[in-house]
Design a protein around this ligand. Structure first.
Ligand code: NDP
Length: 314
């Protein structure tokens, strides 16, 4: 049952670089934003290690520490940061109605969607069954549990390369399972894994099954050209095959592409619903960087501010 109803000018949904940057701008503009963190406060950067490509940190910074800095900066100007998941929305009228954790109702003049994206899985039964028992989508979170042991990682993008290199520092051997005969990752990341003697790349290879009853003991892989099968003896199985935007809750109102990424009007963060703006990975399947997410977070706050100013002048 809805118990509390709160009226806000700017409601920010999500707490990655996009959400916190929107919060910094909106709070400095005196709009008193409320930000709901979602299920992973700080977003994807809280499950990464060194961030070396965010301008302003010449020596790099750890992802979780950077997100703490973002939060503190947003709070310094008055953003109210709250823990909670948006579970329903009604964007058919103004103010927009947003329900948090099925309990709290917020009436918002503007909503900034910065819900980011989540890890994708292969879809094997064994992957679900052994999740947390050797199967993981976060090498940085769980790699430590497999120190000195053999592990495998699936994927061939920048994330998979980065995580394979990370695992190679901790584990004795890393099998990298790549489904094609080439990688999608940037050349510099590919070179890093190809030149690492602890990483063995299995080209044209797919995972048939993850082996083990109560914990991972191996993986059955198949070469999709020769059809040759092989059982890898491993104790950790990492999945790094991309992400899914966290936009499901908005789908009845907001226009999206076929993958669920929110469509914005080019050159802005405006969605098809007046007063609802989208920024960060929820609307960006191309760049997906912390700095681009932060940039669009800034745009969303400025777009919201202009929208509110126009409302007041009417
Ligand atoms: P990507 O979408 O770039 O890559 C996903 C990879 O997973 C592809 O190689 C894809 O294979 C593979 N894959 C997808 N589904 C399956 C499946 N079912 N079985 C096996 N393999 C599969 O995702 P990333 O997370 O790697 O990167 C996302 C974005 O973030 C990119 O733009 C990347 O550049 C960026 N990034 C940048 C970093 C940095 O600069 N430090 C670090 C990490 C990410 P296929 O190629 O065959 O489709």
């Amino acid at each position: 049952m809805n118990q509390d109803i709160e009226r806000v000018k700017v409601l920010i949904v999500g707490s990655g670089p996009a959400g916190y940057t929107a919060a910094i701008y909106a709070s400095r503009a005196g709009l008193n934003p409320v930000l709901y963190t979602g299920g992973q406060p700080g977003g994807q950067l809280t499950i990464t290690t060194d961030v070396e490509n965010y301008p302003g940190y010449p020596d790099g910074i750890m992802g979780p520490e950077m997100m703490e800095d973002f939060r503190k900066q947003a709070e310094r100007f008055g953003t109210k940061v709250r823990y909670g998941m948006v579970t329903a929305v009604d964007f058919s009228k103004t103010p927009h109605v947003v329900t948090v954790d099925d309990q709290v109702t917020v009436h918002a003049d503007t909503v900034i969607i910065s819900t980011g994206a989540s890890a994708k899985w292969l879809g094997l039964d064994s992957e679900t069954r052994l999740n947390g028992k050797g199967v993981s989508a976060c090498a940085v979170c769980d790699g430590f549990f497999f120190r000195g042991q053999d592990v495998a990682i699936v994927g061939a993008g920048d994330t998979a390369c980065e995580e394979a290199s990370y695992l190679a520092n901790i584990c004795s051997k890393v099998y990298m399972i790549v489904r094609r005969d080439e990688m999608r990752a940037s050349q510099i990341m590919q070179n890093r894994v190809m030149n690492n003697p602890k990483i063995e790349i299995l080209w044209n290879t797919e995972t048939e099954d993850i082996l083990g009853d109560d914990e991972v003991t191996g993986a059955r892989v198949i070469n999709n050209v020769t059809k040759e099968k092989r059982d890898l003896k491993i104790s950790g199985f990492f999945v790094a095959i991309g992400h899914q935007p966290n936009t499901e809750v908005f789908k009845d109102y907001i226009h999206m592409d076929e993958s669920g990424y929110i469509k914005t009007i080019p050159g802005s963060t405006k969605t098809n619903v007046e007063g609802v703006f989208a920024c960060g990975d929820a609307q960006d399947h191309i760049y997906r960087q912390a700095v681009t997410a932060a940039g669009t977070g800034c745009m969303a706050a400025l777009d919201a501010e202009r929208y509110l100013a126009a409302l007041e002048n009417h």
